[in-house]
Design a protein around this ligand. Sequence first.
Ligand code: ADP
Length: 247
Amino acid sequence: MPTPLITTRDLSKTYELGGFVVQALRGVSLDIYAGEFVAVMGPSGSGKSTFMNLLGCLDTPTSGEYLLAGERISGLDSDALAGIRNRRIGFVFQSFNLLPRTSALENIALPLLYCGVPAEARNRRAAASLAEVGLADRGHHHPAQLSGGQQQRVAIARALVNEPVLILADEPTGALDTLTSCEVMALLQQLNARGMTVILVTHEHDIAEFAKRVVTFRDGRVVEDRAVEKPRDAAALAIELRAEQPA
Ligand code: ADP
């Protein structure tokens, strides 16, 4: 068995707020291997965001262990966490989080700017990333000139530009209609088929069934962890949905 890309052991997070203690995570132990496509589900307040924030090095656990590609993340200081976040993890959000007065290419190049990559290499890599999500001809468009689905593709291109080991997507289809959601999921499935590890939070069962594994949280614990026997094929479903649309 190879080393897992992600290992968590008894990962816990406690928040203290105005004298109240909230146990957001209560001992989560999971292994996720390179090349997996995992959907994280669970009701509101079950600890999904807390877990994703820890995986994304946006927060530190109260106790427990987190290893990324064999490296111990729990215990690192905030500078070291920022370095791992910028170089190794690609983030995709429900609301795209693109800068409005900035072209698609410039948005995609931003993470490279933070890493000190020179301009020429930034432009080249941003263009390659945009081509990878099928939008090579939209590089100079601003977000407002793109559809929601196109904006999410640009956001995925931005997540890919640093060649991360992992994509963390938080409700990436939450703001999209059914067909556009399918197209975005088709892109994530395509990236996963090429070897990218994808972890996404969703509260929609239909979306979770595009993944290969579904991990369900409740009250800060994993209550179910199952393989999806036959993940839905998002590209095929998108073709069906397009055919059903009125011309
Ligand atoms: P989910 O993403 O599944 O909705 P969260 O991880 O956001 O769940 O929240 C888990 C629990 O932790 C909830 O009870 C929530 O109110 C609490 N919580 C989350 N973030 C904070 C915070 N920054 N301060 C205090 N409590 C928090």
